[in-house]
Design a protein. Sequence first.
Length: 722
Amino acid sequence: MFAFVQRSIRGLKRIRRSEYQATDSDPQFIYRFWLRRPSKISIFLQSIAGDSLDPMLYIDRGNGFDESTALTLRHEGACLYSVSIAPPRRISGLRVDPCSCAGRFRYWATFAWKEPKPGSRKHTSKETNGIATYDIVLDGSRETREDRKPKKNVAAHFNSVVRVARRTAPPIEQATWQDRPFISFVVPVYNSTVSHLDALLQSFHEQKPLGAAELILCDDGSTSRQTISWLSRRHDVPHIQIVRKDTNSGIAAATNSGIALARGEWISFIDHDDALTPEVVRLLIEAIHDHPRCKFIYTDEVITDRDLKPTVYFLKPAFDEVLLSGVNYINHLSCYRRDRLLALGGMREGFDGSQDYDLLLRYIRDLSPEEIKHLPYPGYRWRRSGNTFSTKFADMAIANARKALAERYRRKEEETAVIDAAIAKDLHRVRFDKMHRLWPRVSVVIPNLNSFPLISRVLADLTGKTDYPDLEIVVADNGTTDPRVMDLYAESARGSIPFKYVVEPGPFNFSRQVNTGIALSTGELILLLNNDVEVMERGWLREMVSCFDYSMTGIVGARLLYPNRRLQHAGVIVGLADLAGHWFSGQRETYPGPMARLHVRQTLSAVTGACMLISRPCLATVGQFDEREFPIAYSDIDFCLRAIAKDFRVIWTPFATLIHHESASRGSDETPANRGRFERDQETLRRRHGTKTFQDRAFNPWYTRDRHEPVEMPLDKIPKAR
């Protein structure tokens, strides 16, 4: 070992020369480089006694070891990795993680200082005398600001998540599960591929503690000899039950036969071609122990290729009834209380392709939010093979999903609710606006100061381009001196739509203008609308009003676009940049967001006051906008956070879309003249609402908080269920 290299090890025990035993689930060889950097490193790794190895290589370019840029190394038997570092060699350290579980292996590393040929990072292999040789070239440059943006490597991140789960696993008393399992996994099987069943069974056997789970395989009249033979050989395997049916009766009936045999207090469902993630059973036990009132719990999931290699995450928000009405974002892994599931009669036939969605909507309908928990852990591996029923018969699955939604949102006076396609054809929109209803009066409150082109356009859009039956318009003016604007006010007051205005000169205070306008309003709902907003389609306000049909709704926000049709407002995530930010701002108009969330309605912690509809009961409970603490910025965020603290719901909808010429009348908050006042409002928001540590329920804990387009980040422990 050269003096220029300092090596340390963690989670490892040296048995003899070049032979090691991993003592925990995160063993590490760490190399720090001083004065000179090597040009080439040779790393040899060989498993002993067939122990499984899944090595990873981490690079430190001065910012520490980053999970998001780690390399997953292929490994079979004995491997030699030839790592070259291209000039300029500014890499300050390397870390080799040989495996993610207890294992025994041979390992050595050597260093050379000869100049390698420059090149971009690559990863190729060849066979040499039974040893697989992999050539890896690393770019040795110091990363620029743009380069430091984490790159998506789902497989590497997934492996690191599992390592964290294993490393932080608390002990669970084994004897607890001797008489009855905690959870029963029910799997409908029909002519299943043997390799898929092997992978599923292996993922089940990896779960700890032993005996805490049982696997119930429900064969729905398979005709494949391979499937039948595979099942026959496993009748006597501990913790596995096999149910055989003579004829094919469908997924719902097959699943119900497994539910009837389940002994666990909890029941969950796995598709026959999918797999569980290690440690998920233990984490579920821990979550239920922490929340004894819980009656339903779901996890995150990871989409994989046909070889179960992770490709895409489904990182989910905490429970959101509104989002669920547009897309079954909960999906896998869903865990039900056995007694409640039996009382509902299990799955229903006639909902093929969406039988799980139908069950979910019926099961959670009467549950309180405290009885539904989300475990932020990718506990389910969903193999996207293109051969699932819902994929091959997509139109049927979509139709049955909407049938289930129509039943869920049916009103007493109507036979069924109206469910249309959302922005994407496979998503859903409950059309409250097409159901029988009385439309309440909406008072539109518009702050203004001069700005004749803006105020004239927004008033024209409200009176001529907005299809709403009962409008009132109130302008809160901050001291207009333009006679054209005053003439416009006088003319509007003579129109057919009720119109009021008040002119109060003084220092700009957005909150004061809002409060002044609200005091003059008479509507059951109050719409705060900036003067720089432009109407795009006639039904936008009916859509916003209809969102109040979701229970406990106090505030509704719209989708706003910049004039170039890029996203300006798709909702606010509290905690971004330690404050609050518009996520995915600047993305294209059609951008779907994670799990297509930007194409359906959803519950958020805040929406912008540029277009914010508020109910009168919410105003009465929450109080006025804060004129003293938030005169300029963040008064809308403050109001929303005070509203959710009073148990009101804040909804964002993409089906009301407008153009927003942001800050066209008052100017940007980032100019030198305005920066001081803006920073004071920022500090007030941090102090009052703790935004530096705020855990937004609409935001997954695994997401970065330092950018508008979040990506997965490493954590040192698994987040608690919420």
